[in-house]
Write a protein that binds this ligand. Structure first.
Ligand SMILES: [Zn+2]
Length: 268
């Protein structure tokens, strides 16, 4: 193909694939139809739940459900007010506590959020947990899984379509999906979220927890605790992202005034 045709082709791809992330407005490159990605994600979700086992019927598991449901409902309500409900279409939210001592949490496209029980002692309080869950819900709503999976398809499989990848390399594609959804470390592929995705999820997570009536200032204390933990144990994946904790806490400080505009302590 002549070079200028390639430019035109790239331009067309960018034109059709670049959609803005809600609230931040950043344009992102997404190749994969939501519906297809959601079905792949459901597969990965079920196998992950099986692998670790879920905890149900305990005060801790109910806390995860409560925090998740409260933030999710507040976000749905906000998107309705903004006439942007279409951006949440097809999501089937689920919040689970997984029976593993790793200090980690993850989110999958379509609204599946998993919290490992090792996260709870660091979260400490309902608000601390809201920092974690708000952050994971933000990854879902900003469609970071789609963006990462799109990048992986281009890098690892030469840019073939997801359906084609699933037909030709089903196992490899499922492994890539797990890596793209943030739990690759457990299966041997380490793909840290980019600094961009992490800070975007931090920013949006603060707003989402604030919408649900959780004080976003709790995020500072939470990251200080994470920092202290890092000094004493090997770095878990949730921590091993590009922003150092110091940078992260600085960035959260800067994002707080905006998040506080959405904070209504009375809301439930
Ligand atoms: Zn994250």
């Amino acid at each position: 193909m002549k070079t200028h045709y390639k430019f035109i082709a790239c331009g067309l791809i960018l034109l059709f694939c670049c959609q803005p992330v809600p609230l931040t407005g950043r344009r992102q490159f997404r190749l994969i139809p939501d519906q297809l990605l959601t079905s792949l994600s459901l597969d990965s979700w079920q196998s992950t739940l099986q692998q670790y086992g879920t905890i149900t019927g305990t005060p801790e598991s109910e806390l995860v459900q409560r925090v998740g449901t409260r933030i999710k409902n507040a976000v749905i309500q906000y998107f309705e007010q903004e006439n942007a409900s279409d951006q949440l279409e097809g999501f089937q939210w689920e919040f689970s506590l997984l029976d593993d001592t790793t200090v980690n949490a993850f989110a999958m496209p379509g609204g599946k959020v998993g919290v490992f029980k090792g996260m709870l002692p660091v979260a400490q309080t309902e608000e601390g947990l809201a920092v974690v869950v708000g952050h994971e819900i933000a990854h879902v709503i900003a469609r970071h899984g789609n963006e990462r999976m799109s990048q992986l398809l281009v890098i690892q499989l030469g840019g073939i379509a997801l359906q084609e990848a699933l037909d030709q390399y089903p196992e490899q594609t499922r492994q890539l999906a797990l890596a793209a959804f943030g739990i690759g470390a457990q299966i041997g592929i380490l793909l840290p979220y980019s600094r961009l995705h992490e800070s975007e999820a931090d920013q949006l997570g603060l707003i989402f927890m604030a919408l649900a009536g959780y004080d976003p200032r709790a995020a500072i204390d939470f990251w200080v605790r994470m920092d202290e933990l890092q000094a004493s144990v090997p770095v878990p994946e949730f921590l091993s992202t590009h922003p150092s904790h110091e940078t992260r806490i600085d960035d959260i400080q800067k994002a707080l005034p905006k998040a506080l505009e959405y904070y209504n302590p009375q809301s439930e």
